[in-house]
Design a protein around this ligand. Structure first.
Ligand code: COA
Length: 260
């Protein structure tokens, strides 16, 4: 499949998706969001893909938010569709069932920050700048930012960032828990690949089970979350990878997981 606004490369179980509008700092026009939905749907359904890395082309920006000239044209109904489309993408990424690593290589603003937050983990370049500046444009985050930012960082900080539109650097993002790790800009690709390789060495169903337990188990009543964990735990016990992991430990060798 060929895309106009994104690039997708798949090799040896690792998919690399990059937003490809560097002259517009990878601003998210409608076409980009549609292409991302299409590509992530295909990657979700491709059993050979174990891990996805999402980044932006050009070395300066992950994504600088919704395409402002396009957004300006939206009215009440168009705005709702615009927001729903972004939510569809972020929910798809968050529930992909395989880890998605955001390699935040520069600006992750507005919708860019929201997409990064929907990813499973975020590694940031020391040059990254993150924020939800929508308030300065007369609107609010529309791709799940009010909900995800408030769950990732303390609520008071989420409020402050969204009410002021303040853009923060990578170190502050790390300190408040918005990103998992900060690395030197030139090391971002290598560090991301290292994490991707580590995740690809793990049993895929157990990875999926952890993600489902964390994403859904923490949004329901405590006892229901614990029950969900019990069921997912039991399901891992029915996999070949479970036998392999246990046997490898007992036989003092490294486990080789096959995804079965
Ligand atoms: N939508 C559309 N185009 C955008 C964009 C966006 N969100 N963000 C940047 N661009 C475009 C600029 O219009 C410019 O295009 P041009 O060269 O054709 O004029 C190009 O990307 C480079 O941006 P520029 O502003 O010149 O770069 P900068 O380094 O001076 O500033 C930012 C970078 C990110 C601080 C600035 O572009 C910005 O504030 N962008 C908007 C961020 C935002 O509010 N996002 C939320 C949207 S809801």
């Amino acid at each position: 499949m060929s895309y106009e606004c994104i690039k997708v490369d798949v090799a040896d179980g690792l998919a690399r998706v990059s937003i490809n509008r560097p002259d517009k700092l990878n601003a998210l026009n409608i076409r980009t969001i549609c292409e991302l939905i299409e590509s992530f749907t295909a990657l979700r359904d491709d059993g050979s893909v174990r891990v996805v890395v999402l980044t932006g082309e050009g070395g300066k920006s992950f994504a600088a938010g919704a395409d402002i000239p396009e957004l300006r044209e939206q009215g009440l109904l168009g705005g709702k569709t615009f927001s729903e489309r972004g939510h569809r993408l972020c929910n798809l990424i968050e529930n992909l069932g395989k880890p998605v690593i955001a390699a935040v290589n520069g600006f992750a603003l507005g919708g860019g920050c929201e997409i990064a937050m929907a990813c499973t983990v975020r590694i940031a370049s020391d040059k990254a700048k993150l924020g939800q500046p929508e308030i300065t444009l007369g609107t609010i985050p529309g791709y799940g930012g009010t909900v995800r930012l408030s769950r990732l960082v303390p609520r008071g900080l989420a409020m402050e960032l969204m009410l002021t539109g303040r853009i923060i650097g990578a170190e502050e993002a790390l300190r408040i828990g918005l990103v998992n790790k900060v690395v030197a800009h030139d090391d971002l690709e290598a560090e991301t690949s290292k994490l991707a390789a580590l995740l690809m060495s793990k049993p895929p169903f157990a990875l999926k089970a952890v993600m489902e337990a964390v994403l859904h188990g923490t949004e329901i009543a405590f006892e229901e979350g614990c029950r969900l964990e019990q069921d997912l735990f039991a399901m891992t016990c029915g996999t070949e990878d479970f036998r392999e992991g246990m046997s490898a430990f007992i036989e003092k060798r490294e486990a080789k997981f096959t995804g079965r």
